[in-house]
Design a protein around this ligand. Structure first.
Ligand code: ZN
Length: 73
């Protein structure tokens, strides 16, 4: 009976470790996917020539330094 109990605990621990590894693998996969999705676009202001990076592509964007509107080339 005692041996069975320790075996059960061992199996339970092994299962928990396996589950933790699986969760960790899923989490790292999600992080990789997120970093792949983020695509930074380099844009230069026509007025003050300052460089900005945007993750969301848009036709028009406002320069945060001089406040002028810029159009996608
Ligand atoms: Zn500017």
């Amino acid at each position: 009976m005692k041996i069975e109990l320790t075996l059960l605990i061992g199996i339970a621990f092994a299962f928990i470790i396996l589950l933790a590894i699986l969760i960790d693998l899923c989490a790292t996969k999600k992080i990789v996917n997120v970093t792949k999705k983020i695509h930074l676009e380099r844009k230069t202001c026509d007025v003050c020539a300052s460089v900005f990076f945007f993750s969301i592509p848009s036709k028009f964007w406002r320069c945060s330094l001089c406040g002028s509107m810029n159009k996608e080339k």
